[in-house]
Design a protein. Structure first.
Length: 64
């Protein structure tokens, strides 16, 4: 009713992907805080955050 069911479902789906990179040591605490904050504020379309995540996991994507 208040939108939190959507936020919770979205959070679980998104964090499932992020947790792999956390376990691999690619995503550090500061970036994780930004990711969680963006998800809770429904701001996961933040382009600067996407770029920061991309740069953090870039080695696995074949980028340096």
């Amino acid at each position: 009713m208040n939108g939190y069911v959507f936020v919770a479902g979205n959070f679980i789906r998104y964090m499932e992907n992020i947790s792999y990179h956390i376990a691999g040591g690619k995503i550090k605490k500061d970036l994780l805080r930004k990711v969680i904050t963006a998800l809770l504020e429904a701001d996961e379309e933040n382009e600067a955050l996407k770029l920061e995540i991309y740069n953090a996991i870039g080695d696995e994507l074949g980028n340096s």
